[in-house]
Design a protein around this ligand. Structure first.
Ligand code: ATP
Length: 374
């Protein structure tokens, strides 16, 4: 094992806040929304620009839907203000511009279509400002972009759930809203269908250059869809930035673990290093004697097979291997330079299934190792 190896460590870095460039279409400024004792959202700042997809990500009950409803004008704020194109549309005194005047398109987990209208009529419903042929052409264009043009004469009850959701998205986007608000629009679909509709939706959103706020609790979905992610907890935005910012520069352990399970090691800084069973880490800004929590993503663990030179219990070795599909998960017992042991998971690409007992040499990709105070 590469026990003498010294590994540079990526430590807590604040993600970027907002892209430079044109003015925001939608701004939430110090927005709070409380329901009696429940502080659903507290002092949130968030801006949304034309053509970008921002995801509100976080665990159940963290305030995502409340924030989306505030943006839509469906929920008054307790404090702070909401601006649309620089005009204040709600503040602590009430709702100054109602939802129907905000040019927002809405789609939810189960977006109900009008059952007595055909697919085409459903999409044309919000296009009353257009004349007959233009109205139909616009609706058909949207249906085409969602792969639903051939169903234009069908009624909703004859469509699958996924097809209905495509029509609902087309209907919401048809009036070319300046802002699209989507609340878990893919979560009722099965995995394969979800991937496809997600992909189609992303391309349509980018094509029409609308600003999109998407609520999801799925980090993979947020990374797939978002230009920027706002990760929330207990009504606050914990970290805001690009998917790369959050994944590679998480500001605290909550952000690290929200994107997937990690290997954890509790250590102590000795001089300028932290000794772990997988080698020495650079202690970064920590000082001698600091108690630290080392978080190692399974993807950071690099495994090299070696011939056994010492007894199994003194060498890092394989406990078991499992094929997950595109990746393999290898359970390891790591033996450190100072005699420490650690059960470790390594996620490696492709079919890599070393046998139980196989001796290995372990190293780390420092970009996916994070150290926080204990
Ligand atoms: N109308 C309401 N009255 C009282 N409490 C509410 C109301 N709406 C939301 N809450 C509370 O506010 C908090 C945030 O709820 P919200 O629905 O915004 O969370 P969420 O992150 O969207 O959750 P989920 O992912 O489960 O939908 C929760 O504690 C919820 O119970």
């Amino acid at each position: 094992m590469s026990s003498a190896e010294r590994v540079e460590t990526a430590v807590d870095v604040q993600g970027s806040v907002s892209p430079a460039g044109p003015k925001a279409i939608l701004s939430l400024e110090q927005v709070s929304c409380h329901f009696e004792q429940v502080k659903a959202v507290t002092e949130v700042d968030l801006s949304l620009h034309a053509g970008e997809v921002v995801c509100l990500l976080g665990p159940s009950g963290c305030g995502k839907t409340t924030l989306l409803r505030v943006a839509a004008g469906l929920q008054p704020v307790t404090d702070g203000q909401v601006r649309l194109n620089d005009q204040v549309v709600s503040d602590g005194h009430g709702m100054l511009v109602p939802p129907e005047k905000r040019s927002v398109g809405l789609a939810f987990q189960e977006s109900a279509l009008f059952p007595h209208l055909t697919v085409l009529d459903n999409v044309m419903f919000g296009l009353k400002h257009l004349k007959g042929p233009a109205r139909q052409a616009r609706a058909l264009d949207l249906l085409k972009q969602f792969g639903m043009a051939e169903f234009s004469r069908a009624y909703p009850h004859t469509l699958s759930g996924g097809q209905q959701q495509r029509v609902a998205l087309a209907r919401a986007l048809a009036p070319s809203p300046k802002i699209m608000l989507l609340d878990e629009p893919f979560s009722s679909l099965d995995a394969r269908l979800r991937d496809q509709i997600r992909d189609d939706t992303l391309h349509v959103l980018k094509h029409i250059d609308t600003a999109t706020l998407l609520v999801t609790h799925d980090p993979e979905e947020a990374m797939f869809m978002a230009d920027r992610i706002a990760l929330m907890r207990h009504g606050h935005i914990v970290q805001m930035g690009s998917p790369t910012d959050l994944y590679c520069h998480p500001i605290d352990p909550f952000v690290v673990t929200f994107f997937g399970p990690v290997n954890e090691y509790l250590g102590q800084v000795q001089e300028k290093t932290i000794s772990t069973p997988v080698g020495y880490l650079d202690a970064g800004h920590f000082s001698h004697g600091d108690a630290v929590r080392v978080m190692i993503r399974p993807e950071a663990v690099q495994v090299r097979l070696v011939s056994q030179s010492t007894a199994a219990h003194q060498t890092s070795h394989v406990i078991m291997s499992r094929l997950l599909g595109a990746t393999s998960l290898v359970h390891l017992c790591a033996h450190g330079p100072d005699g420490q042991e650690m059960h470790l998971h390594a996620k490696v690409p492709g079919v890599f299934l070393p046998k139980e007992g196989q001796a290995v040499e372990l190293s780390l990709d420092p970009r996916q190792v994070f150290v926080f105070p204990r």
